[in-house]
Design a protein around this ligand. Structure first.
Ligand code: C2O
Ligand code: CU
Ligand code: CU
Length: 432
């Protein structure tokens, strides 16, 4: 924290190498290190600044995924940082406690930059969340779980998987850049912050012993109440916070067991999208003696519903063929939508494809008002900034564009399957 109270972070994007297998170095990129980046942590109300330096030999950007902030600070494709240059966006955190993240966003190169290792978590806290007494000791009972798939050659060198329709699907899963990961737990109650930072793969997280998975938060913050599920589905870019209650000495494996049904797909299409793959993701090993933990509250947050009567503008977005939205590919020089600041909007997103896409909107957290006309299930009823859209399905989203108007700098909306985004499945909106 500097003299005038600004919380200052430094991120340096670098090329390097990482031994994913002992003794075998693979080229990788990282922030401040050789793979991934530090977890940034801030409080609601704080003013933050991130001093970003680009030590790569090509331009990149850093985007704050899920953050409400001015367009010029957003780190999208218009805020490129040249090699050896730096960029220092600053803004005031004004949104609920949540698990957000950061990653590059250079148009046409996002998949490559993220796959090489440029990504990290951005955790926000607030008073209401602290008062709940949820596990909150970073790295002890509050643990980042950044999930990515990757390909490896027989000798253990990382190699880019071949692309299918969804993009590159690796046949191994890393957590926080680690193969065969485990977590030594020392407390009865553990909070895992799951981030799908994969470029293309969608996961269905579940516990190996079939106990329910207790979901407490989605992309933009805590749910109103925790919900017990048999799986948590996360497409690229989505986050979930889950709680795990442990008995002394037990071992529990976080798995991903995707099925066509969970993906909402025909089985043929599902297999093309990794829809039948199963993985052990993370083994949790409980110590013989565990720090006791009170039971977690079931009431978590109060979320005010948007009033649909206040909607000022309704827009439609068709996720169609050829990686286009509304029949057009991304054009950096074209602003697709112009939004009026401090108004409520309804965005109707229809996936007319036979394959899934994800849909992400910058600057806002939205609520899903309906899916094919029905109310969303509990796990999709909270704050979201990215959703998995099933084929032939229509999603009605409500969102407010508050505080920041800038006619000259657009924000993005796009498919978060990063290869699709790079191919142009993205559009731009300005808030005026
Ligand atoms: Cu996670 Cu436009 O990005
Ligand atoms: Cu984003
Ligand atoms: Cu897509």
């Amino acid at each position: 924290v500097d003299a005038d109270g600004t919380r200052v972070f430094a991120l340096d994007a670098r090329a390097g190498s990482t031994e994913f297998a002992p003794g075998v170095a693979s080229e990788s990129w990282g922030f401040n290190g050789t793979y991934l980046g530090p977890t940034l942590v801030a409080d609601r109300g704080e003013h933050v600044r991130v001093d970003v330096t680009n030590s790569l030999d090509e331009p990149t950007t850093v985007h704050w995924h899920g953050m409400h902030l001015p367009a010029a600070m957003d780190g999208g494709p218009h805020q490129m940082v040249a090699p050896d240059a730096s960029w220092s966006p600053e803004w005031t955190i004004d949104q609920p406690a949540a698990t957000l993240w950061y990653h590059p966003h250079p148009h046409g190169e996002t998949e490559a930059h993220v796959a090489k290792g440029l990504a990290g978590m951005f955790v926000l806290h607030d008073e209401a969340e602290r008062a709940l007494g949820l596990p909150g000791e970073y790295g002890v009972d509050d643990v980042p779980v950044i999930v990515q798939d990757a390909g490896f050659s027989a000798d253990g060198a990382r190699e880019d998987p071949q692309r299918g329709y969804a993009g590159g699907l690796g046949d191994e899963v890393l957590v926080n850049g680690t193969r065969g990961p485990y977590l030594d737990a020392t407390t009865e109650l553990v909070r895992l912050r799951l981030l799908n930072a994969s470029t293309a793969r969608t996961y269905a997280f579940t516990w190996g012993d079939a106990r329910p998975i207790e979901l407490i938060a989605t992309d933009g913050g805590l749910l109103e109440a925790s919900v017990a599920l048999d799986h948590v589905r996360l497409s690229p870019g989505e986050r979930a916070e889950v709680l795990l209650r442990l008995a002394p000495g037990e071992r529990v494996v976080l798995q991903s067991r995707m099925t066509a049904e969970i993906a909402g797909l025909e089985s043929v299409v599902a297999s093309m999208n990794g829809g039948a793959d199963a993985f052990d993701v993370l083994e949790v090993r409980a110590a013989e003696e565990l720090q006791p933990a009170a039971s977690a509250p079931t009431e978590l947050a109060s979320i005010d519903d948007f009033d649909p009567a206040e909607v000022v503008t309704t827009r439609r977005f068709e996720l169609g063929d050829s990686f286009e939205i509304n029949g057009e590919a991304m054009d950096m020089g074209r602003i697709d939508e112009t939004v009026t600041v401090n108004t409520l909007e309804r965005w109707i997103v229809e996936n007319t494809n036979a394959v899934p896409h994800s849909f992400h909107v910058h600057d806002v957290q939205f609520r899903i008002a309906s899916i094919d006309g029905e109310a969303p299930p509990a796990e999709l009823a909270g704050w979201k900034d990215t959703i998995f859209t099933e084929p032939e399905t229509t999603y009605e989203l409500l969102m407010r564009f508050d505080d920041y108007a800038d006619p000259s700098t657009p924000y993005m909306y796009h498919c978060h399957l990063l290869w699709h985004e790079d191919q142009g499945m993205m559009g731009q909106f300005a808030v005026v």
